[in-house]
Ligand binder design. Structure first.
Ligand SMILES: [Zn+2]
Length: 262
């Protein structure tokens, strides 16, 4: 875990990148900001979380760090130990955690609960949507630290994801008052979704998805296929984090659209 800071005193704002080692955009976005640092009014800490997994270009060495919180300092798992250290660093901070996916090229935010603090924060980030994960947070950073917004920055390993990460870090610093610039003013209202159930994926040689993330799937439409076995929508829903090969045993998740943020 590498920790850097801009400004003096104890930070109440933190940016975390590369909790997953196969998502270099967080590290790259942080390094780009540190290479061209903004003037800060209040201190901010930057953490490149899972350096060992980054080095190995693996999502994790032993266990998924974002399923390992609150962690255990005596564990044999690298990530279970790291979770304790990372949670301690972030405990009293408002946190931006940067991720990337195999499912969506744009940016979107995830929050545990869309409190007024999180509404204000998400409204000042150039994301396409906000996903509330309430009720599905076991082991995630959300379960351990109170004020966290996660942003998915685009496709894993892409140059765009790294550029998006840098952009969203700078927007987050303005939104939290770390930097003086006015927070981003969005033109469009921001759709809000509640995360639902995982869409299970059977073991197969070939996987396919037929629908687009965040766009409503009507009841009865084919969603995805594992070899010849097609998954059909039992009721209308909005797919989230849906991809053919992103996860081992799920295609992605269902979600309900629950509102708009102005
Ligand atoms: Zn991730």
């Amino acid at each position: 875990m590498r920790i850097e800071q801009l400004g003096d005193r104890v930070p109440e704002v933190a940016v975390v990148g590369s909790i997953h080692g196969d998502e270099p955009c967080g590290r790259d976005g942080i390094e780009a900001v540190l290479a061209d640092p903004p003037e800060v009014n209040t201190p901010v800490k930057f953490i490149i979380a899972n350096e060992a997994a980054l080095e190995a270009n693996q999502r994790y060495l032993d266990t998924d760090l974002n399923r390992s919180f609150p962690g255990d300092a005596d564990s044999e798992s690298h990530e279970t130990r790291l979770a304790v250290e990372l949670a301690a660093e972030l405990q009293d901070c408002t946190v931006l955690s940067l991720h990337s996916t195999q499912s969506y090229e744009g940016l979107f935010a995830l929050v545990d609960d869309l409190t007024s603090e999180m509404e204000e924060l998400c409204s000042a980030l150039s994301v396409d949507a906000v996903v509330q994960t309430k009720g599905a947070n076991e082991g995630r950073l959300f379960a351990t630290v109170d004020s966290v917004v996660e942003v998915e920055c685009g496709y894993q390993g892409s140059a765009e994801a790294a550029e998006n990460a840098e952009k969203v870090i700078r927007e987050f610093l303005a939104a939290t008052g770390v930097t003086a610039g006015p927070p981003l003013q969005r033109d469009d209202p921001l759709p809000v979704f509640q995360l639902g159930e995982p869409i299970p994926k059977a073991a197969a040689d070939q996987y396919e998805v037929f629908v687009r993330n965040f766009e409503q799937v009507p009841e009865g439409d084919p969603v995805a296929a594992a070899d010849d076995e097609t998954v059909v929508a039992e009721e209308p829903f909005h797919p989230i984090l849906l991809s053919a090969n992103g996860y081992e045993d799920v295609f992605g998740f269902t979600a309900d659209r629950i509102g708009l943020l102005d």
